[in-house]
Design a protein around this ligand. Structure first.
Ligand SMILES: Cc1cc2nc3c(=O)[nH]c(=O)nc-3n(C[C@H](O)[C@H](O)[C@H](O)COP(=O)(O)OP(=O)(O)OC[C@H]3O[C@@H](n4cnc5c(N)ncnc54)[C@H](O)[C@@H]3O)c2cc1C
Length: 549
């Protein structure tokens, strides 16, 4: 579709993605100058529909942005009241005391929240300030100016046929141009990926690292519910097969977030992260909590884990990357929302200063300086060695040495310098023949569920007639290379059962992509060992519909 067929609308700042980063940028811009024209575009059917965090929220980002958030009714209703950490074995657990941990690991003063609801509230704040917030509008393309800088996005293209040609109800969408474009698409943003590649923004940085986080909401027996309780575990069932662990957060209304993160640098392609999560719920400590309750929602999303040394350059002409499109999660704290908010605020301040002096379309270097030298950089620098230590030495040594390193970093130095991550998560995958097949127990339908049943609790939906948003560079490669070499791990790493290898009697195996099931976690784009899968955004409004994730 040529740009000329599309209507063009001019803004001061165009923001792709209504997560905590994008919404914070929008709020801050209008706080600074109510006459600025600011638009936020969100691919979910409503703001919050695609938001999946734990979440224990460190309110420092919100405090900085909206200091009177309490008076304004922000949905931070459940302060953390207790914080437990266990090492699990198959049938028992050891509670690890909190005192050896540096203060940064303490959850005192934090809140258990639904980030989907926090984002809904932030969108209301933005709209009250005059921001245009458009859900159901996927930003599908970047628009470049004649010098190769980013000048806008294409959003709202609907009605393509499966082969990519316009269907009977085709809508070409609009070009939204801005003096600056902010990409706040979260982890592995599809437009951010294009910008990082085009401007080589990762040059000289460590590769970005990721985990896959899966989460269920349970309604449990009120007698077992302990509002404000936060529990983290490590150990069983992953053991030495992969890094990761679980979280169990007791929010309001007898609900509990039960989540599980598997680091995506695992080597064994037989590993099945979703089944590890299901198995985890059968641990006696967890089963006792959940028995008699019911799972009411399910979702999954990648989480960025590379931290300080993996943050790419975050500005290029006309464009800035925000929040987890850069990767701002503090891994040992499993927290990125506060940094996402702070990055939105910092980007807004840099754009405001630039627009005030009639700049546009250039690099907002003040934003990058703020991120690296300010609160975000400080937060991430202290914990920068925890993830590489875990990858290199495994869980127990990294707990001890990582704890020591966080302590010394709190005092201003590190004995380890800045450790490297080395390989990408895709490159970490080893050949199937080098590893044992893992035998997973069948889900019992009470505590554990098969993938497709659980996906129905993500309420995900994609218009079937559109082209698949999961694009293969070479459509033969899954069967010709990935299957013999890696047992085609897409069948297992996808938490939504999108990918299947179908082997019918007498015929050659076929690779099938059920894109309708996709929950937009982006794991395939990250973990495919051949890097043959490209996740592009489907039409707006499609995807999961999370209630209060
Ligand atoms: C399982 C899990 C548990 C976590 N637990 C915690 C926790 O307890 N505490 C914490 O602080 N952090 C936690 N995090 C990390 C936290 O979720 C991220 O740091 C945070 O979401 C980053 O915010 P963001 O605004 O950058 O991106 P996101 O929150 O991912 O928001 C991005 C938004 O952009 C939209 N979007 C993406 N692409 C497009 C496009 N092309 N067009 C239009 N819209 C688009 C998405 O639909 C989404 O709404 C967790 C993450 C996971 C996966």
């Amino acid at each position: 579709m040529s740009g000329s067929a599309r209507e063009t609308i001019e803004y001061d700042v165009v923001i792709a993605g209504a997560g905590p980063a994008g919404l914070s940028a929008a709020v801050r811009l209008k706080q600074l100058d109510s006459s600025l024209d600011v638009v936020v575009l969100e691919k979910g059917s409503e703001v919050g529909a695609h938001i999946l965090s734990g979440a224990v929220l460190d309110p420092s980002g919100l405090e900085a942005l909206i200091p009177d958030w309490k008076e304004k009714g922000a949905p931070l209703n459940v302060p953390v009241t207790s914080d437990k950490f266990y090492m699990l074995g198959e049938v028992g657990q050891i509670r690890v005391p909190g005192f050896p941990m540096p203060p940064l690991m303490n959850n005192h003063g934090n809140y258990i929240v639904s980030m989907a609801n926090v984002c809904r509230w932030m969108a209301e704040q933005a709209e009250e300030l005059g921001v245009e917030v458009f859900p159901g509008m996927a930003c599908s393309e970047l628009v470049y100016d004649e010098n190769g800088g980013v000048k806008g996005v294409v959003a709202g293209e609907f009605g393509k046929e499966a082969d990519g040609t316009p269907g009977p109800a085709y809508e070409p969408g609009m070009e939204l141009h801005g003096k600056y474009v902010f990409l706040s698409e979260g982890v592995r943003g599809s437009l951010a990926k294009e910008v990082i590649a085009k401007y080589d923004l990762s040059k000289g940085k460590e590769p970005q690292k990721f985990g896959i986080g899966m989460k269920e909401i349970w309604e449990i027996d009120p007698d077992k519910h302990n509002e404000g309780e936060v529990t983290h575990t490590m150990g069983w069932p992953l053991g030495g097969n992969a890094g990761g662990g679980s979280f169990i957060y007791h929010l309001e209304n007898n609900q509990v977030y039960v989540g599980f993160v598997v680091h995506l640098n695992y080597k064994n392609p037989h590993l099945f992260p979703y089944m590890e999560f299901q198995r985890f719920k059968h641990h006696p400590m967890v089963a006792e909590l959940l028995e008699g309750g019911k799972r009411v929602a399910y979702g999954a999303r990648a989480i960025s884990e590379g931290g300080y040394q993996s943050m790419p350059k975050m500005v290029a002409p006309g464009v800035a990357l925000l929040g987890c499109s850069v990767g701002m999660v503090n891994v040992p704290r499993i927290k990125g929302n506060h940094n996402a908010m702070l990055s939105g605020k910092a980007a807004a301040e840099a754009a405001f200063d630039a627009i005030k002096v009639e700049r546009s379309g250039d690099e907002l270097t003040a934003y990058e300086d703020d991120v690296r030298g300010g609160a975000i950089g400080k937060d991430l620098k202290k914990v920068r060695n925890v993830k590489p230590m875990w990858s290199k030495w495994g869980m127990l040594p990294s707990l001890a040495l990582g704890g020591l390193d966080m302590w010394t970093n709190t005092l201003g130095f590190s004995l380890f310098g800045t450790m490297k991550h080395g390989k990408t998560d895709a490159a970490a995958t080893e050949e199937a023949s080098k590893h044992k097949v893992i035998d997973y127990p069948k889900p019992d339908g009470k505590l554990s569920f098969d993938r497709l049943t659980n996906v129905s609790f993500a309420m995900t939906n994609h218009e079937e007639s559109q082209p698949s948003h999961l694009q293969l560079g070479d459509d033969k490669l899954p069967i010709s290379v990935n299957l013999p070499k890696y047992g085609e791990p897409a069948q297992r790493y996808c938490p939504a059962g999108v990918y299947e290898v179908v082997e019918e009697d007498g015929s050659d195996p076929r690779f099938v992509i059920n894109f309708q099931n996709c929950v937009h976690c982006k794991t395939c784009d990250i973990k495919d060992p051949s890097q043959n899968i490209n996740w592009v955004t489907p039409q707006g409004g499609d995807g999961p519909n999370y209630p209060n994730m």
